[in-house]
Design a protein around this ligand. Structure first.
Ligand code: NAP
Length: 324
């Protein structure tokens, strides 16, 4: 095996135009970590935040190879139970933040954040799944306890996570209402299985509809308004998962007055995947024949262009990078 690989390595805020692959040593395995040959990975909103600003934060390793998720094959199993060549996905747990991530040909990853999968999907299709479908699944199943027939709002649906949540929620039998803050995105939502589309002007509480449950992807900017359109019931859940609106916390939050009576507020954090949940997701995807919603696929050598397109927001759906 060669000693070096191509990778994106950053140590300061980096505009997409300055993204450049460099030669970097292929990491050497150590106990409890496995070497993964990366076949594809998806781009995430949180990686964009890391590349543009969060890289300056003291808790980020510097320099760092970004990338919080990947799919690939075990290249060196180290002292783990994996076999060389086994198909795996990996996500989170500090990947691309406190240790090097997936914008590379190989990644050295802690064994407890690497999961085996059974799937006939292509590497590109698989690249759209780990972080996005794990987060959509966790929000809908673990947090919202979504049931057949539930009326679900997905606020800020025109992101990779939104499209994934629409397809999973529809496959679970929910009635799905999706919002976009851009009129020109309505035709894109119309191409999905969504039941109703609402143009979001920032206030839904005065519009004439109510839902059982809501997946909040715009975040703190709209959360209080979202909670006001939930029908009171023993299963009136709101899950705060996204921060697309760029507001990360609530000032002067008054739980007594801001959370309506009998509405339950929860949040999902994708940092704790498990083999059991990954198996549940892939069993569901395989059984329901769900095809991941991909915005655009790029070759690894075109990572710079993919980041430019990510920053300009002109790709709809998951951006997937094909590594080999
Ligand atoms: N809690 C967790 O563990 C977790 C895990 C994964 C992701 N997330 C969060 O979930 C959100 C989606 O992530 P992603 O990776 O799927 O995003 P993404 O695919 O990169 O989507 C970004 C797109 O969202 C769209 N968007 C929709 N509503 C928006 C609004 N109100 N304000 C600004 N942009 C809006 C924008 O396009 P238009 O403006 O053109 O519609 C933007 O291009 C992010 O906030 C991310 O940080 C959270």
């Amino acid at each position: 095996m060669q000693n070096t690989m191509k990778a994106l390595v950053i140590n300061k805020p980096t505009k997409a135009e300055d993204v450049k692959l460099t030669d970097y040593p292929i990491p050497k395995v150590k106990s409890g970590w496995v070497l993964v040959k990366i076949r594809s990975f998806g781009l995430n909103h949180s990686e964009q935040i890391l590349r543009l600003e969060e890289i300056s934060a003291p808790y980020i390793q510097k320099p760092v190879i970004p990338g919080i998720e990947c799919v690939g094959e075990i290249a060196d199993a180290s002292d783990s139970y994996f076999k060389v060549g086994q198909k795996v996905i990996a996500l989170m747990g500090g990947m691309g933040r406190s240790f090097n991530g997936s914008y590379a040909q190989y990644a050295l990853l802690p064994v407890h954040h690497v999961f085996s999968i059974e799937s006939n999907l292509s590497w590109e299709e698989l690249g759209a799944i780990p972080e996005t479908y794990f987060t959509a699944w966790g929000s809908l199943v673990e947090c919202l306890h979504l049931q057949k027939g539930d009326k679900l709002l997905i606020r800020g649906a025109t992101c990779a996570l939104g499209y994934a949540a629409i397809s999973l929620a529809k496959a679970m039998g929910a009635f799905v209402i999706a919002t976009t803050h851009r009129e020109n995105k309505i035709p894109l939502l119309e191409k999905t299985a969504v039941d109703k589309i609402i143009l979001d002007d920032g206030s839904l509480k005065d519009k004439n509809f109510r839902v059982d449950k809501a997946l909040e992807l715009v975040g703190a900017k709209t959360l209080l308004d979202t909670m006001k359109i939930i029908k009171p019931s023993p299963q009136a859940y709101v899950c705060h998962t996204g921060i697309l609106g760029g507001v990360y916390s609530l000032d002067d939050f008054d739980p007594i007055k801001d959370i309506p009576n009998s509405v339950y507020l929860t949040g999902f954090f994708s940092n704790y995947p498990s083999q059991q949940t990954i198996d549940d997701i892939f069993n569901f995807i395989n059984e329901k024949k769900i095809k991941p919603y991909i915005g655009k696929i790029y070759d690894f050598n075109d990572l710079r262009q993919a980041c430019i397109d990510q920053d300009s927001g002109n790709v709809n759906g998951k951006i997937v990078i094909k590594v080999a």
